[in-house]
Design a protein around this ligand. Structure first.
Ligand code: FES
Length: 95
Protein backbone atom coordinates (compact mmCIF):
# COMPACT_ATOMS: atom_id res chain seq x y z
CA UNK A 1 0.00 0.00 0.00
CA UNK A 2 1.26 3.45 -0.86
CA UNK A 3 1.85 5.72 2.12
CA UNK A 4 0.65 9.27 1.89
CA UNK A 5 2.29 10.40 5.10
CA UNK A 6 5.63 9.79 6.72
CA UNK A 7 6.98 10.02 10.24
CA UNK A 8 10.72 10.63 10.18
CA UNK A 9 12.44 9.58 13.38
CA UNK A 10 16.04 10.75 13.48
CA UNK A 11 18.54 7.97 14.09
CA UNK A 12 21.70 10.01 13.87
CA UNK A 13 24.23 10.25 16.69
CA UNK A 14 22.81 12.95 18.95
CA UNK A 15 19.23 11.79 18.77
CA UNK A 16 20.30 8.20 19.28
CA UNK A 17 22.14 9.18 22.43
CA UNK A 18 18.87 10.71 23.65
CA UNK A 19 16.94 7.51 23.04
CA UNK A 20 15.59 7.86 19.51
CA UNK A 21 15.90 4.15 18.84
CA UNK A 22 13.22 3.44 21.45
CA UNK A 23 11.09 6.23 19.95
CA UNK A 24 11.35 4.59 16.53
CA UNK A 25 10.40 1.21 18.02
CA UNK A 26 7.37 2.76 19.73
CA UNK A 27 6.13 4.19 16.42
CA UNK A 28 6.66 0.86 14.71
CA UNK A 29 4.72 -0.88 17.48
CA UNK A 30 1.74 1.42 16.85
CA UNK A 31 1.24 1.41 13.08
CA UNK A 32 -1.28 3.71 11.43
CA UNK A 33 -2.80 2.95 8.01
CA UNK A 34 -1.25 5.12 5.31
CA UNK A 35 1.61 6.33 7.50
CA UNK A 36 5.16 5.15 6.86
CA UNK A 37 7.63 5.29 9.75
CA UNK A 38 11.14 6.11 8.53
CA UNK A 39 14.48 5.95 10.35
CA UNK A 40 15.99 9.22 9.15
CA UNK A 41 19.32 10.95 8.88
CA UNK A 42 20.08 14.01 10.98
CA UNK A 43 17.29 16.59 10.76
CA UNK A 44 19.55 19.43 11.91
CA UNK A 45 17.93 19.79 15.34
CA UNK A 46 20.47 17.77 17.27
CA UNK A 47 20.42 19.74 20.53
CA UNK A 48 16.70 19.10 21.12
CA UNK A 49 16.38 15.50 20.04
CA UNK A 50 15.02 13.00 19.66
CA UNK A 51 13.61 14.75 16.60
CA UNK A 52 10.39 13.54 14.97
CA UNK A 53 9.05 15.18 11.80
CA UNK A 54 5.68 14.43 10.23
CA UNK A 55 5.34 14.86 6.45
CA UNK A 56 3.72 16.31 4.46
CA UNK A 57 2.32 18.23 7.45
CA UNK A 58 5.80 19.62 8.24
CA UNK A 59 5.14 19.21 11.92
CA UNK A 60 8.29 19.06 14.02
CA UNK A 61 8.48 17.49 17.44
CA UNK A 62 11.44 17.75 19.79
CA UNK A 63 12.66 15.86 22.86
CA UNK A 64 10.26 13.04 22.08
CA UNK A 65 10.28 10.17 24.56
CA UNK A 66 8.96 6.67 23.88
CA UNK A 67 6.06 7.33 26.28
CA UNK A 68 5.04 10.36 24.16
CA UNK A 69 4.61 8.31 21.01
CA UNK A 70 1.13 6.97 21.68
CA UNK A 71 -0.11 10.55 22.17
CA UNK A 72 1.36 11.58 18.79
CA UNK A 73 -0.17 8.50 17.18
CA UNK A 74 -3.64 9.00 18.68
CA UNK A 75 -3.95 12.78 18.51
CA UNK A 76 -1.91 13.66 15.43
CA UNK A 77 -1.78 10.66 13.13
CA UNK A 78 -5.33 9.43 13.79
CA UNK A 79 -7.15 12.63 14.74
CA UNK A 80 -5.09 15.23 12.85
CA UNK A 81 -4.38 17.39 15.91
CA UNK A 82 -0.69 18.02 16.61
CA UNK A 83 0.46 17.49 20.19
CA UNK A 84 1.20 21.07 21.19
CA UNK A 85 3.34 20.37 24.25
CA UNK A 86 5.89 18.52 22.08
CA UNK A 87 6.06 20.93 19.14
CA UNK A 88 9.50 22.28 18.28
CA UNK A 89 9.36 26.04 19.11
CA UNK A 90 11.70 26.96 16.25
CA UNK A 91 9.15 25.78 13.69
CA UNK A 92 6.00 26.27 15.71
CA UNK A 93 6.41 29.48 17.74
CA UNK A 94 3.74 30.28 20.29
CA UNK A 95 2.00 33.56 19.75
S1 FES B 1 21.04 14.00 15.36
FE1 FES B 1 18.88 14.06 15.25
S2 FES B 1 18.48 16.02 14.47
FE2 FES B 1 20.61 15.85 14.36
Amino acid sequence: MESSRQVLVCQYVNCQSSGSEAVLSAFRANPVAGVEVVASECQGQCSVGPTVRVLPDETWYCRVKPEDVIEIVDHHLWDGKPVERLLHPRFHPKF
